[in-house]
Design a protein around this ligand. Structure first.
Ligand code: SF4
Length: 291
């Protein structure tokens, strides 16, 4: 079995079964994202998926977690996704979790009833790029959604009991908008429940920079590592979620990997960050990082 490359998956899915239910991203216009620029969005044929699932179930009969790639398998019609979930359930008797990437745009097209049915049939976790809670930054990075639609979509996920693993991009507002970026993103996250939250640092491929700067519409002043860490500190200080969040900054882009629960481990995480400024802790060498 061959995958259509490039293939991306969240770090937490590294050891799980991956099935490419779709190719590319149905939106594919965020100016900071080059993941699927070489692909045209496609829904993969159900008969082909059946064959691949059968192959995977022979290779991994004990498989209990499946990630549906590529960029937003939640864009699939609910009935199509239900078919895939049904086939997976039959093929993997020990199946406990099916997950995929999903955007606010995908959620807008799903009713609460759709989400509840998907949850009942095994779709239990969506990886969701919040990126920023600031409307100006969302617009300047052509994310295609606003703060209000993020709130509505995650509240809908909460009601359906589908878990959310959210990401936020440090540095996305540059030096000029960093405070608004962090304050409004923390404020946004304090309004609903995300089960997992991770931060990554903005990085752009050389060939994407021109488009990003053009869309940004004014000079973009990059945050350096010190600025990124200050954003992280302010973000953790301002998070006051309604329920416990499992927090990670384990993406390869981060200057300082962090792991803990918020609010319980807030002080521990802040201490680790502050230790960088007092010389007691080292950041990751830039050559070992990636976006
Ligand atoms: S929705 Fe996600 S995968 Fe698609 S372009 Fe935006 S960041 Fe990239």
């Amino acid at each position: 079995m061959f995958y259509d490359m490039p293939l991306f998956r969240p770090p937490a899915e590294g050891y799980n079964i991956i099935l490419q239910a779709t190719l590319g991203c149905s939106y594919n216009k965020c100016s900071f994202c080059s993941m699927y620029k070489t692909k045209k969005f496609q829904v993969r044929d159900l008969n082909v998926l059946k064959e691949e699932i059968s192959f995977l179930s022979i290779q991994y009969p004990q498989g209990n977690r499946v990630f549906l790639a590529d960029g937003d398998a939640l864009a699939l019609e609910t009935s199509y996704l239900l078919e895939i979930l049904k086939i997976l359930k039959e093929a993997f008797p020990k199946l406990q979790r099916v997950s995929s990437y999903g955007s606010p745009l995908n959620f807008q097209k799903k009713s609460l009833e759709d989400l509840k049915i998907l949850k009942e049939n095994g779709l239990s976790l969506i990886y969701y790029g919040i990126e920023s809670g600031n409307d100006k930054i969302l617009k300047k990075t052509t994310k295609g959604i606003d703060k209000k639609s993020i709130i509505e979509s995650i509240q809908k996920a909460n009601q359906s009991k589908i878990k959310i693993s959210a990401t936020v991009i440090l540095g996305l507002g540059g030096k000029k908008y960093w405070k608004e970026h962090i304050d409004e993103t923390a404020d946004l996250i304090n309004q609903f429940h995300v089960n997992y939250l991770s931060t990554l640092q903005l990085g752009l491929e050389e060939k994407e920079k021109e488009n990003f700067y053009k869309k940004f519409g004014e000079e973009f002043l990059w945050q350096d590592d010190e600025g990124m860490l200050k954003e992280q500190i302010r973000f953790i200080e301002k998070l006051n979620p309604p329920k416990n969040i499992i927090f990670r900054s384990n993406h390869a882009s981060n200057a300082l990997p962090l792991a803990g629960n918020i609010p319980k481990d807030r002080e521990k995480l802040l201490n680790q960050l502050n230790q960088v400024f007092t010389g007691k802790r080292e950041i990751v060498d830039k050559r070992l990082r990636g976006f």
